[in-house]
Design a protein around this ligand. Structure first.
Ligand SMILES: NC(=O)c1ccc[n+]([C@@H]2O[C@H](COP(=O)([O-])OP(=O)(O)OC[C@H]3O[C@@H](n4cnc5c(N)ncnc54)[C@H](OP(=O)(O)O)[C@@H]3O)[C@@H](O)[C@H]2O)c1
Length: 361
């Protein structure tokens, strides 16, 4: 329902005023076409939409750069996003509540919050003001800076989706993380350790100390060791952040009966990009079902594609663990939001292997 300014009920007036008095447009990093980092444009006055009842306006202080951002910029997901251009990249945000919709109960203007948008959101967080639903945000632990907080939610919610919603890991179970040195891998190790699981992981040389300090009991350096002969196990679940043929073979061979192999590299978006949405999704579904059937028969295991989803309960637990110092994603470098192009370039050329965050001046 839309209210004219003269007919807003008294109880709602204050909430509308809260965001309307701040801004109706703001600076944003806009994508008008797909391509290299050079296609990122700073627009000084992008409209801030009216808040829906359950939405929250966030004054962004820091947004992290996820692989999805650089991939979307290059055209990944174009079957969905091309008709919706121009769009704003960015999933993670940490900032301050600047306005709330009429039904928002848990947050008020002025609170520091962090959270992440759904992968298909068109108006992302690379903007002075971001719009997220109440369920996509939670209070920022005071001990974390905005930069530190912004690095966490998208990666941690992806790990949460796999470990807690798909495999439903329990205390005492064993998890293998293939590619534990990245943001999702580190989040998965810490989430699993927090519930009393034992974690093995593969990682590069430079991530070795990091994965051990986050709680993995075994780290195998994929650059120096033969993973297949080193890994012994009967794992309850495998989270594969790499999704190559090799990691799939390794992961599916070390599971116990009925264990879960979960890859982050599901093919729904890339097949839709190749064949169009109407054909790509049915192809992706048939590939997934075929693999599930094959692995059930050959290995007696469950095969899954895992995608990040918003999850208020998960985000709340992620906040609790971050507050307790049990869930951290190290930030390697920060750029200003006006340097988004340089940040994407540095990430893609592999100059910065760790997490990159964009700060707002
Ligand atoms: N399906 C979804 O919804 C979803 C959500 C989030 C992310 N993802 C995808 O998941 C992947 C990881 O995301 P992220 O945010 O964690 O990225 P990230 O922080 O950039 O981490 C990537 C890490 O992968 C590790 N790596 C690369 N090749 C490896 C190999 N052969 N064996 C072991 N480790 C290897 C590297 O760690 P080392 O330093 O140890 O080499 C690197 O740091 C990306 O491809 C991303 O697009 C999917």
């Amino acid at each position: 329902m839309r209210w004219s300014s003269g007919s807003v009920p008294q109880g709602l007036r204050q909430r509308f005023i809260a965001h309307r008095s701040i801004a109706t447009s703001c600076r944003a990093v806009v994508l008008t076409r797909f391509g290299g980092p050079e296609v990122l444009e700073i627009h000084p006055a992008v409209a801030i939409p009216d808040l829906k009842p359950r939405e929250v306006l966030v004054r962004s202080r820091a947004v992290s750069v996820n692989p999805l951002d650089t991939r979307m910029r290059a055209g990944y997901g174009r079957s969905i996003f091309k008709p919706l251009l121009p769009l704003i990249l960015g999933r993670d945000v940490s900032g301050e509540v600047a306005g709330v919709g009429s039904s928002v109960k848990s947050l008020v203007v002025g609170q520091d919050v962090f959270g992440a948008l759904h992968p298909t959101a068109v108006r992302g967080t690379y903007a002075d003001y971001a719009v997220l639903s109440e369920d996509e945000l939670t209070l920022k632990p005071p001990a974390l800076t905005h930069v530190e907080a912004s690095a966490i939610p998208f990666a941690a919610l992806t790990a949460w989706r796999g470990l807690m919603c798909t495999a439903r890991l329990e205390k005492g179970e064993r998890l293998l993380v293939l590619g534990g040195g990245g943001a999702v891998g580190l989040a998965a190790i810490q989430l699993a350790v927090s519930i009393g699981c034992r974690v093995s992981t593969t990682c590069g040389c430079k991530s070795f100390d990091q994965v051990i300090s986050t709680g993995a009991e075994q780290a195998i350096n994929y650059e120096a060791e033969d993973i297949e002969s080193t890994l012994k196990g009967n794992f309850d679940a495998v989270l594969d952040t790499i999704g190559s043929e090799t990691t799939e073979r390794i992961g599916t061979n070390v599971l116990r009966k009925d264990g879960y192999y979960m890859t982050l590299q599901g093919e729904a978006a890339s097949l839709s990009d190749s064949y169009g949405f109407a054909v790509g999704i049915p192809i992706a579904t048939s590939i997934l079902l075929k693999k599930q059937f094959q692995y059930r028969n050959s290995h007696e295991i469950e095969y899954r594609w895992v995608y990040m989803r918003s999850d208020a309960e998960g985000l709340d637990e992620i906040r609790r663990l971050s507050e307790a110092g049990k869930l951290k994603i190290p930030v390697e470098k920060t750029f200003l939001i006006t340097e988004a192009k340089e940040a994407h370039e540095a990430k893609e050329k592999g100059r910065i292997p760790g997490k990159v965050v964009l700060e707002f001046d």
